[in-house]
Design a protein around this ligand. Structure first.
Ligand code: RIB
Length: 288
């Protein structure tokens, strides 16, 4: 049995600041790092720390960043032969970490050029997939194509609709789980009555609420699982790591509540580290 992730690879340019920048202002950052990121890669890497059963399809450009990104995939126990090299720029994210939260600007680069042909090759190679994990940093056409292929092949789809974008009713109907945060939920469903939404999409919709926890349907009613009380270093990748922990549990046929519990735990470890993938070793050790 295998879990697949198809999604973005980015280079994260991260800096910590202690005040918000105003228009026209220059401020001094407290810390600066270039780290591996991209919602797809983050989910695949964190899953790879939790299980050997994960494969990943993503794209890098032919620029100065691509070698490091491919090396990172290899070092994280994922098959780098599945990474497609496309002429153009590797995805880049500028991440401002401020007051235990972050703001991100993403330039998607070649993530948007992943093609149906790349997807077909990947799906032909891995014929034993049971769970597919997707986000929205690749083109919506490709996301819709993958969802259709998964329906045909009887592969469960876990969709993390991030960054926020509108989704067709068909996609929402076809996926097994959809995991947005608050902003994404409002964008997709046009409502901030989260409990009602979770009730209407029983067992499908799981809403991450940041430090307020996670709202899900427990089989009888909507329930909030509290976030773990931790000292946060950086929340970059919190949602991604929740999705990774959740997906691993779903691939093992756990209940939604168990999957939410595992996602919450994994996200808490990731938030203790600076960067979206730096908790890889800690999680891997914890899983041995
Ligand atoms: O979810 C966090 C990720 O969003 C970062 O790694 C960044 O690359 C952006 O894609």
């Amino acid at each position: 049995m295998k879990i697949a992730v198809i999604g973005s690879i980015n280079v994260d340019l991260m800096y910590k600041i202690d005040k918000k920048i105003k228009n026209g202002e220059t401020i001094i950052a407290k810390e600066y790092q270039i780290l591996d990121g991209g919602k797809g890669a983050n989910q695949a890497v964190i899953l790879s720390a939790l299980t050997n059963n994960v494969v990943f399809l993503g794209a890098v450009g032919n620029d100065s960043f691509s070698d490091n990104s491919i090396k990172n995939i290899k070092n994280k126990n994922l098959d780098s032969n599945d990474i497609v090299i496309i002429e153009g720029n590797t995805g880049l994210a500028i991440i401002e970490v401020y007051n235990n939260d972050n703001s991100i600007v993403v330039f998607p680069g070649v993530n948007m050029s992943l093609s149906t042909n790349d997807v077909d090759k990947f799906l032909d190679k891995y014929t034993d997939l049971e769970v597919m994990v997707l986000q929205l940093e690749i083109s919506m056409d490709i996301v819709e194509y993958i969802v259709d292929q998964c329906v045909l092949k009887n592969i469960k789809v876990i969709l993390n609709p991030a960054p926020a974008a509108s989704l067709s009713k068909e996609v929402i109907d076809k996926v097994d789980f959809i995991i947005p945060n608050e902003t994404e939920t409002i964008e997709i469903f046009g409502s901030n009555n989260f409990e009602d939404l979770v009730n209407s999409y029983k067992g499908k919709l799981v809403i991450t609420l940041g430090d307020k926890g996670v709202l899900f349907y427990n089989g009888t009613s909507p329930e909030i699982m509290d976030a773990k009380k931790i000292t946060v270093s950086d929340t970059t990748g919190a949602g991604d790591s929740f999705v990774a922990g959740f997906s691993k549990s779903i691939s093992e046929n756990s209940t939604i509540k168990e999957a939410v519990e595992n996602g919450t735990y994994v996200a808490s470890i990731v938030c203790k580290c600076f960067g979206a993938q730096t908790a890889y070793e800690v999680l891997k050790r914890g899983n041995q």
